[in-house]
Design a protein around this ligand. Structure first.
Ligand SMILES: NC(=O)c1ccc[n+]([C@@H]2O[C@H](COP(=O)([O-])OP(=O)(O)OC[C@H]3O[C@@H](n4cnc5c(N)ncnc54)[C@H](OP(=O)(O)O)[C@@H]3O)[C@@H](O)[C@H]2O)c1
Length: 238
């Protein structure tokens, strides 16, 4: 079974759906989007798998511990963890307060580490597991308007590499760095077209571009510590 964080909407929901289509039971994590989580659950149940909902503020490590207690009570353990929940806040460097820094880093980086730590305890008991961190091409490209986001995602790429070494051979840890796949909902058509032009493939990605990478990494038994860039060649363009 798989836990997907931030599965109540957007990419997280697409990933949960793809895992369910592949036959996995899914723990749907959400923070505030209760209705969205219920919608994800209904969609997954229609696919014939078990789908349960778990609420938690992952910026709070106590809530991470509690989430995994509930998850173990309900499912007895897990095989796959997808760390997808994240914040993407546009804040100029000089306006990033310590509280804003903590908000982003605590979710995007610290939560991924402590969710992995909790997940690994049961994966080790089962003798196998796969962790996939959803990073961002901002890990490789400095985005001045999103400095703390870029830094958190660069950290996530190294977290992936360090955990891959620490947890081998039973557990594989990989990441995906999407480019523009699901831009913010309030982007105009013109802004979407501008974003598409920045890619070598001259289009925005589709959620399926990310979900197929997730399924690939789950099945790729000889791949660990890797970050798969899924960006239509945006990094190639600089
Ligand atoms: N969309 C893209 O094109 C794109 C591109 C590159 C990378 N990515 C990465 O892909 C992942 C998903 O992206 P997205 O655009 O679908 O994300 P999104 O719409 O911004 O969703 C963020 C998720 O994070 C959860 N969240 C926020 N604060 C939380 C907290 N304190 N504790 C627990 N969960 C919290 C939200 O849960 P609730 O809604 O329940 O509050 C939501 O499901 C992210 O890691 C993002 O950085 C996305």
């Amino acid at each position: 079974m798989a836990l997907v964080t931030g599965a109540a909407r957007r990419l997280g929901r697409h990933i949960a759906r793809a895992l369910a289509r592949a036959g996995a039971d899914v723990a749907i994590h959400y923070h505030s989007a209760e209705d969205g989580a219920a919608q994800t659950q209904r969609e997954l149940q229609l696919l014939g798998v078990r789908a349960e909902i778990f609420q938690a503020d992952l910026a709070n490590t106590g809530e991470i511990t509690d989430l995994f207690v509930r998850l173990h009570e309900s499912f007895g353990g897990l095989d796959i963890l997808i760390n997808s929940a994240a914040l993407f806040n546009r804040v100029p460097v000089l306006e990033i307060t310590p509280a804003e820094w903590d908000r982003v880093l605590n979710l995007n980086l610290r939560a991924a580490f402590f969710c992995s730590q909790e997940a690994v305890r049961s994966m080790k008991r089962r003798g196998a597991g796969s962790i996939i961190n959803i990073a961002d091409i901002a890990a490789f490209q400095p985005w001045p308007a999103y400095a703390h986001h870029s830094i958190s995602k660069a950290g996530l790429v190294m977290l992936t590499r360090v955990l891959a070494r620490a947890l081998a051979p039973e557990i594989r840890v990989n990441a995906i760095a999407p480019g523009p796949v699901l831009p913010p909902d309030d982007l105009s058509e013109a802004q979407r077209a501008e974003l598409a032009e920045l890619t070598a493939l001259n289009r925005l990605g589709a959620p399926e571009d990310v979900t197929s990478a997730v399924l690939f990494l789950i099945g790729a038994g000889y791949v660990t510590g890797e970050t798969l860039v899924v960006d239509g060649g945006k990094l190639l363009r600089g």
